[in-house]
Unconditional design. Structure first.
Length: 383
């Protein structure tokens, strides 16, 4: 019975991928990535643990998945047992450690996280080419970046909690959302995001300030942008740079979540182009974050949409939407406020979810295929 249920679930997930593809992709015989939900990942966690909302995901050089979850997001009725409860109130549960590391089989291999100037709200995570784990937080006082070994040994810190001086500050962050490290220059690029409105670049070893920029490469400006209006001219500043990635060919991609757009830059901050996805989305915005495909050319960009509960598949060169998968729900293979995304070297996608779902799922890459005609996603506007 269990095998039949799993097979049916996988079939449903596949159907979502195929039927959500753009009609024009089928007409042009375009080949798009095909994914299947993997119900075997992860393996069961300790039964006394409770998992909070997923802040961030990252994959290292060994294809291990790092999950940053938020114990502070657990409700009171999910904390029946605590370290100081004598006797315990119940057998379950205690908050799981914030950082969880899984191998390709889905087995938990490390868990850690506390002390130092630990973030108020765990958010971004990145594992660089030296196997250093970088963490960022989006809490009201979070103005710091932290560096650890993969086992959780503290290495270094940039910035101090509560010390943010706005988008012109070169010594502190302002509720940073996410980050990436350029393996060529060892520079760290930060989407400094919930408090500030900028991309800031630092030396990965010394934390020396290198450069910063706002939307369109402008000088960052913290002035109030007012309510989002999809019919107005695009804002000249970021509302919330929520995610950042660097392609192998040297372009920097920034997800400006509430503005429903992706902006592309050169590494020096020179603006290249932008694209709007589901532009009439309000709430917290559609451009939650993205990951680049694993093929050598990184032909595709996978964008999570936390408001519409999708993963959009884009042509990276043109930023045109090719297909999407995912629909709102709490059953396996569905998505509920996807908040973080990562891709391993095999092309598999990992999605971490916020609020009610509080989970991370794997979608197995099954190669390229021609989509069947189906639903027509909103047009992507490229500027």
């Amino acid at each position: 019975m269990r095998n039949r249920i799993i097979a049916a679930t996988i079939a449903v997930a596949c159907a979502v991928v195929w039927t959500a593809a753009r009609d024009r992709a089928a007409a042009q015989n375009l080949q798009i990535p095909i994914f299947e939900y993997d119900p075997t990942f992860p393996k069961p966690l300790p039964e006394t643990w409770a998992i909070g909302p997923i802040g961030g995901l990252a994959v290292d050089r060994r294809d291990h998945l790092y999950v940053v979850q938020r114990p502070g997001g657990l409700r009171t009725n999910e904390r029946f047992s605590g370290a100081n409860d004598t006797p315990p109130k119940a057998e379950c549960c205690i908050p799981a450690p914030p950082v969880l590391e899984f191998d390709q089989s889905g087995t938990l291999v490390h868990s850690w996280g506390s002390g130092y100037d630990w973030p108020q709200t765990e958010h971004g995570v990145f594992v660089d080419h030296k196997d250093i784990v970088w963490l960022a937080g989006s809490g009201a006082k979070d103005a710091q970046l932290l560096k650890f070994t993969r086992e959780g040994k503290f290495l270094q810190q940039f910035g101090k909690p509560g010390m943010s001086g706005g988008s012109a500050d070169t010594k502190n962050m302002g509720m940073p959302a996410n980050l990436t490290v350029d393996p060529i220059t060892n520079e760290v690029y930060v989407a400094d995001g919930y408090g500030n409105r900028r991309v800031i670049v630092l030396d990965g070893d010394t934390f020396a300030f290198k450069r910063m920029w706002g939307a369109y490469g402008n000088r960052p400006d913290d002035a109030d942008l007012g309510p989002y209006n999809p019919d107005a001219q695009p804002p000249q500043q970021f509302r919330l740079p929520h995610n950042i990635s660097i392609s192998r060919d040297g372009f920097v991609y920034v997800a400006d979540r509430p503005n429903n757009r992706i902006q592309v830059f050169r590494k020096d901050g020179t603006y290249v182009k932008e694209a709007f996805i589901a532009r009439r989305t309000f709430l917290n915005g559609a451009a939650s974050g993205f990951a680049l495909s694993a093929d050598p050319q990184q032909r595709f960009l996978y964008m999570i949409d936390g408001a519409n509960h999708h993963v959009w598949i884009l042509n990276r060169e043109t930023l045109q939407v090719l297909a999407r998968f995912g629909q709102q729900g709490l059953f396996g293979g569905s998505l509920n406020v996807p908040h973080a995304i990562a891709v391993d070297s095999r092309g598999n996608i990992y999605v971490g979810e916020n609020f009610d779902a509080r989970r991370f799922q794997r979608f197995l890459f099954k190669g390229l295929g021609t989509p069947k005609p189906g639903m027509n996603p909103p047009t992507t506007l490229v500027r």
